[in-house]
Design a protein around this ligand. Sequence first.
Ligand code: NDP
Length: 435
Amino acid sequence: KRRDPHETEFHQTVSVIFKSIKPALVKNPAYIEHQILEQIVEPEKLITFRVPWVDDQGKTQVNRGYRVQFNSAIGPYKGGLRFHPTVNTSIVKFLGFQQIFKNALTGQPIGGGKGGSDFDPKGKSDMEIMRFCQSFMTELANYIGPNTDVPAGDIGVGSKEIGYMFGQYKKIRGNFEAGVLTGKGLNYGGSLARKEATGYGLIYFVSEMLKGKKEKIKGKRVVVSGSGNVSIYAMEKAIELGAKVVACSDSDGYVYDEKNGIDLDTVKRLKEVEKGRISDYIDAHPTAVYKENCKDIWNIPCDIALPCATQNELDEKAAAALVRNGTAYVAEGANMPCTPEAIHIFLKNDVYYGPGKAANAGGVAVSSLEMGQNSSRMAWSFEEVETRLQEIMRDIYKNCEQAAKMYEKEGNLVVGANIAGFIKVADAMIELGVV
Ligand code: NDP
């Protein structure tokens, strides 16, 4: 805090993680002796750069690009790129720090990184997005590679942006290194089921949580915030497994239909095809209700709440409303969507809470499978990838649950996820020496 007092999101995540790993530090004094905390909290490298590009009016625009290469003790840096006006050093550091432990939890050999830009893709033409992505990659290409650092998508970066960035990387390098980016299109080295992986993985994780309580997802009422990549595929898998999704949202407001449930085809058309607003949902479904103020979505009664939009979207007030309405499960599709106060309320009231680090790790796990397919020049079927994803999510849950049991209180998956991820990385750091 003394070094970078303005990095509030980063301090928030470090403080939550360090607090929860205390039992592991007490049991294993080697981590203190080797000053692992002092080392792990400092990124191996933090890169910021100018991204100049020309808009459709011929005017030069300048954005800032970021890449934090946080920890490579167990594999090349791996983590998404976010294009959103709120991106700054604090945001990429908080996301990169969490990514270290999340990636370790997947059991795959990948280190932690994250990046992005304060560029806002909303309202930009296709050509503007392409010019921006090319300029961004022209600089980023100096720092990444299949064995060094492998970026992927995140908010504002989907397969279109990944395509433009991969095209530019290929041109600069003069060869085809498919494994430098993940989330690629299927025509040039992408993996089947990557698009679905985070959302599907979240539901597989929730199914494990339910199994732990001898329950099933079938027939449960689910509220999902957001209507982007993670939300859409979480809704898809939840509906496929027999749950009823009663509400979803975007940054303007939320839509709910307790009687009929949310129609996913309409959400996909509005958000994936037309790039429109969730408020238009009611035109096709008169029984649904639209309300402004996306944060109020947590007042809708449900059994399972899945925050899948953005950081700090579910606060103390929202958590209290969920508890009042009898919500029994909360699992994070987004990164750090619940504030520390909200998490405290869940734990105190025996709401079974799945932290994002574990619950949303399906995306990066399948990204790692994409890297594997690229290096072996193989392409797996959708079923093969999905089966691996399901196994990975089952293992993540099991590891978190066991670590919770061993170090703290049974059922505290926050402690379980942080400790299981931390131990793997910290042990590797000790083995590698002070480097
Ligand atoms: P997208 O850009 O595809 O979607 C984000 C969605 O959230 C949009 O519908 C957006 O609405 C909505 N949104 C933004 N702010 C709010 C808000 N305050 N309240 C309600 N809705 C809001 O991003 P992703 O789905 O890829 O990512 C979502 C979250 O999941 C992020 O935290 C990301 O880091 C995390 N994540 C993503 C992974 C992935 O594989 N994509 C992997 C692991 C984590 P609008 O259209 O109005 O902007």
